[in-house]
Design a protein around this ligand. Sequence first.
Ligand SMILES: C[S@@+](CC[C@H](N)C(=O)[O-])C[C@H]1O[C@@H](n2cnc3c(N)ncnc32)[C@H](O)[C@@H]1O
Length: 317
Amino acid sequence: MDECLYSEFGFFNTTKVRSNKDGDFLTSPEVSEYFGFFISNFINENSIKKNILEIGAGTGSLASQVEKFSNKKPIVIEKSKTAFQFLKNNEFNVYKSIESVPNQEIDLIYMNEVLDNIPCAVALNVNNEWFEKIIRLEEDSLTYDLLPIREINLAWITNNNINPIEGIEIEIQRNSTEYLKNLISKFKPKYFIIFDYGYEFYERENKPYKSLIRTYKDHHLSGETILQPTSTDITYDVNFSSVESFLKIEDYTVKLTSQKEFIYQNGFEELYKEIQADFQKADGMHKLTLKTHLVGLEAINNNRGLGGFKVAVAKKL
Ligand SMILES: C[S@@+](CC[C@H](N)C(=O)[O-])C[C@H]1O[C@@H](n2cnc3c(N)ncnc32)[C@H](O)[C@@H]1O
C-alpha cells in the first residue's frame, strides 16, 4: 500500500491532485464549501486560540474554508508530492511531514479522510492461529500469501481486544496509531477532530465483506488491489474503536459521533435555513449558486453517504 500510494511512481505522487472533481474521489470539503464552517464553529465554541494543524490537506479546500470562517490560517502537512506542490504554489503554510514542522504547541489537529490512506497490514485467523497476509513479488506479477504474524502486529490485535471472526481479514492500523502518537509527542494538541469512513469494532461482523480494503479510480470503485499497483487509490474503513482506545491511553476524552451529528452540533440547521431563505428570494445565477450550496450541504449531511462518516472528537484531560 505504501509503495503503491507514496513511492516515486505512487498513485498520490504522479500527474494530479486526486481528491477533487478532476481527480479520483470527492471528499466533504470538495462537495460543500461549508464543511470548514462547522469546524470553525467548533474552534470558536471551544475558544481555540493557538495554532491549528490540518493533516493530509489534498487541494487545501478545507484549510481555506477554516481560514475563511475562523480567521485562523491552519498549518498543513501533505505527504503527496503533487498535492504538496499545489499547496505551496497557492501559498498555504505547508510542510511535508511532522518532523519538518517547526516545534510549537498546537491547539487543534484535524484531518479528513487521511487515516484510511495510511498503509495497514492485514491479519487473518485460521484455526485459531493468526497469520499475516503478504504480497509476493513474482517476476511479472504480485500474488498473496500467508506468513506467521509478526509479534508487533499480534500485540496490536491483542491490545485492541480483537477476537477472530471467521473468514474476516483484520486491517492492522498500527501505522495510524504510530502517526497519532508522533503528532501528540511533538505538538501536544488539546483537541483532535478525525473524520473518516469507518466503524466501531462491534459493527465489523455485520459488514458483508471479507476485507475492508478497496480501490478507487475516476470516482468509481475499482478492482482487485494487486492487479493494478499504483494506478488506483487504496483505502479501507477505519476501525474507530482502535482510534478511540489509543487516544484514551494518551489521556484524551473521546466522543465518537457521525458526521451528520457533528455538523448538527456545530450549526448545520441554522446555516441551511439561512441559505434556504436567501434561495427563495433570489433569482438568476445567484439562485443557482445558492442551490449548489444547498445540494452540497445535503450531501455532507446524508446519513447514507458522507453524513454517515464517523468523527472522533478528542479533548486532552
Ligand atoms: C483522501 S485524500 C483527502 C484530502 C483532504 N483531506 C480532503 O478531505 O479533501 C488523503 C490525503 O492525505 C494525504 N496523506 C496520507 N497520509 C499522509 C501523511 N502521513 N501525512 C500527510 N498527508 C498524508 C494524501 O497524500 C492525500 O492527499
